[in-house]
Write a protein that binds this ligand. Structure first.
Ligand code: UD2
Ligand code: MN
Length: 376
């Protein structure tokens, strides 16, 4: 009898054990099926469900190692582009054999390097108009630079993101000098006050501070993409949705070919937060046009502001102000699209064979006359 009771006891122990193992396997299966694999437990939670392995967060970790901790991206602050289009749109068949062969149209981290002939504007417009993004353009016109507003806005209306919703945020110390321009449908101007300056260096760096504040206060609620641009610029040809991406940099016209990375005008003094060693670097990017998703741009603009504040504490100013900090950031946080110098040329330079279309050109200006403290 006692033996039977013992047997029964050990039988039910075996049952309980088998049942527990079954439960373990069942819940384990459900857990893995839901996608909670080990990659979820990274230092930065993925910002978007269903996104690809998060390159941004890997870069953020690299960045953290190099320049100190950066904030984790806010949840839902970035999204994978949704490249859908309606049926029945007619456009030229894309070729796997023909395309630009005189220039490289992909970076070594495998994102597009955009030149004329590498995209079909019909396809691009159909895709992006479906998303109907709100695009912010931040420009500064401080002191005598208000003289550049008219041509910038007039030509912007002709060539910049035509058919899209655009708001020009004009930061100025001379509101009364903002011209009246006829804007296309869905396009606006918003004028913001900034103080006058006695050094042009303070204006170019100050752009990072005032833009950070304005994004926090206003722009964040009104825009999906943001571009920072110089005002001494004139549009000459289409500057369209092919430029949109999470983070877009533009190659500086002076250094895009025939330059070794050790010749780039990066900041080379290691006392500055913008320091880049001679044996590092991909490209030299201009600070006169750069853009991306609102939150990614916010992070980058704020980064340039914070880094330049750190520099100021150490009594140093980066050699090309915010452009130096921008270049440092884009080296360790690779842009998701790189635009050729078509997107920022200059009237100072002849247009070479590989630049088929000049989309923006910087004006020739008398630096000594237009800047508060003169100088080149
Ligand atoms: C083509 C290019 O790479 N341009 C960059 C370059 O010189 P740039 O010679 O192009 O600089 P710039 O004189 O155009 O100044 C940059 C911008 O700051 C604004 N501004 C400047 C001074 C002033 O008194 N009032 C005013 O409003 C204005 O929007 C102007 O377009 O270097 C600057 C920093 O050193 C910036 O990085 C510029 O983006
Ligand atoms: Mn300029």
């Amino acid at each position: 009898m006692i033996q039977r009771v013992n047997m029964l006891r050990s039988n039910s122990r075996v049952h309980i054990f088998v049942f527990l193992v079954f439960l373990l396997v069942l819940f384990g299966g459900i857990y893995i099926d839901l996608g909670y694999d080990s990659s979820t437990f990274s230092f930065c939670q993925p910002c978007n469900e269903g996104s690809e392995p998060d390159v941004k967060s890997i870069m953020a970790k690299v960045m953290e190692d190099i320049v100190g901790p950066t904030e984790c991206q806010e949840k839902g602050s970035w999204k994978i582009e949704n490249l859908t289009m309606q049926n029945g749109v007619k456009y030229a068949q894309p070729s796997t054999q023909q395309g630009r062969t005189d220039v490289n149209s992909v970076t070594n981290w495998n994102v597009p390097l955009v030149w004329e002939g590498t995209f079909d504007p019909v396809v691009i417009d159909v895709i992006y108009k479906k998303m109907d993004p709100r695009i912010a353009v931040v420009v500064f016109a401080v002191g005598k630079y208000t003289r550049f507003l008219e041509a910038f806005l007039q030509t912007g209306e002709k060539y910049f993101m035509v058919g899209f919703r655009v708001t020009y945020y004009i930061f100025t110390d001379h509101k009364e000098e903002v011209p009246n321009i006829n804007l296309g449908e869905g396009r606006k101007i918003s004028v913001l006050d900034v103080p006058s300056a006695t050094r042009w260096q303070d204006v170019v760096l100050g752009r990072m501070k005032w833009a950070t504040i304005a994004i926090d206060k206003q722009i964040r609620n009104e825009s999906d993409y943001l571009f920072m641009m110089d005002i001494d610029s004139v549009f000459h040809n289409r500057f369209g949705a092919e430029s949109l991406s999470q983070l877009t940099g533009v190659l500086h016209r002076l250094y895009y070919k025939n330059f070794n990375r050790d010749q780039f005008t990066y900041e080379r003094r290691n006392l500055s937060r913008a320091y880049i060693p001679l044996d590092e670097g991909d490209y030299y990017y201009t600070a006169a046009v750069w853009g991306g998703y609102l939150e990614d741009m916010y992070k980058l603009v704020k980064y340039c502001y914070m880094q330049s504040e750190e520099d100021a504490k150490n009594n140093i100013e980066a050699v090309w102000q915010e452009e130096s900090h921008l270049n440092k950031y884009l080296l360790y946080n690779k842009p998701t699209k790189v635009l050729s110098p078509e997107y920022l040329w200059s009237d100072y330079n002849e247009v070479p064979e590989d630049i088929k279309v000049v989309r923006i050109s910087q004006l020739v200006k008398n630096y000594a006359e237009v800047r508060p403290n003169g100088g080149q």
